[in-house]
Write a protein that binds this ligand. Structure first.
Ligand SMILES: NC(=O)c1ccc[n+]([C@@H]2O[C@H](COP(=O)([O-])OP(=O)(O)OC[C@H]3O[C@@H](n4cnc5c(N)ncnc54)[C@H](O)[C@@H]3O)[C@@H](O)[C@H]2O)c1
Length: 263
């Protein structure tokens, strides 16, 4: 048996959790974003992936992951682009089994500082983006007998902290609500809808934070460390997989125990 990679399969594989599945993943920016790492984990679990982002960085990410990954530029707040994203996935791979909606944008302001622009930007990407991606995922999954959706929320959706923006927390709480509503509405179509709620995670954007802030956020977790993008991606892969076939309408904290604490 040769170890040479002569097929379109990556060499290093995990357990085949997503063997034969087709996934659309948004927020697949540069290396070390949670979305890019999720795409890599999905490929290692056997999925084919349409890797989508607004930034353009999805092209390099897709190239690095091999021919089972096709890039797509999308702004998830624009319905025609979201519709085109799913159409492209069907054109390339024949169907869509999974949506992982990782795309998000950070905010920094508290209640007495919030601007209308920041509020609109945060609610647009998180709420409208979730509405549109979930809507068109359901539309392409239904004729194929169902599928699985995983949205990305945040530990900030449950409780908050002085370091977390007011409107960001509210928008992520809205994602929890949309996740449960869509699970209830589309369960009869055999579509499961769940969410991952990360705690402080050492993705690309959090590298280079001032050391005092990094330490403070790391120590929020009972495990007293940041999570890794891989730790988020593995939970998303489980929720998207057939092993979670009776799991729908839940928001899973992947936060090292942050939300279990009183403060
Ligand atoms: N990193 C953390 O500590 C943490 C904690 C809680 C929740 N989260 C959530 O996890 C997700 C990923 O986090 P990350 O740290 O990798 O974030 P990130 O900002 O590095 O990546 C987000 C990606 O979404 C893309 N994006 C933004 N707006 C978009 C749009 N309109 N259409 C398409 N793509 C768009 C960006 O280009 C970027 O590639 C986000 O939803 C974030 O809110 C992250």
């Amino acid at each position: 048996m040769t170890t040479e990679n002569t097929s379109h399969e990556p060499i290093d594989r995990f357990g085949g959790l997503l063997e034969g599945k087709v996934a659309v993943i948004t927020g697949v920016g540069a290396a070390e974003t949670i979305g890019a790492v999720t795409a890599a984990v999905f490929v290692k679990e056997g999925a084919q992936v349409l890797a989508a982002d607004i930034s353009g960085a999805q092209k390099e990410t897709a190239l690095a992951l091999g021919p089972g990954v096709v890039p797509f530029q999308v702004d998830i707040t624009r319905e025609e682009e979201v519709e085109a994203m799913f159409a492209r996935a069907v054109e390339v791979f024949g169907r869509v089994d999974i949506l992982v909606n990782v795309a998000g944008n950070p905010g920094g302001r508290r209640g007495d500082e919030i601007t209308v622009e920041e509020y609109q930007s945060l609610t647009s990407v998180h709420l409208l983006g979730t509405v549109l991606t979930n809507k068109h995922a359901v539309r392409v999954m239904t004729p194929n007998g169902g599928g699985a959706i995983v949205n990305f929320s945040s530990a900030a959706s449950f409780n908050t902290d002085k370091l977390i923006s007011t409107a960001y927390a509210a928008a992520k709480a809205g994602i929890n609500s949309l996740t449960k509503s869509n699970a209830v509405h589309h369960g009869p179509q055999n579509i499961r809808v769940n969410a991952v709620a990360p705690g402080f995670t050492m993705s690309k954007k959090n590298r280079g934070l001032p050391p005092a802030i990094e330490e403070s956020l790391s120590n929020k977790a009972a495990l007293a460390r940041p999570g890794t993008p891989e730790e988020q991606a593995h939970v998303a892969a489980f929720l998207a997989s057939d092993r979670a076939s009776f799991v729908t309408g839940v928001v899973v904290p992947v936060d090292g125990g942050w939300t279990a604490k009183l403060a």
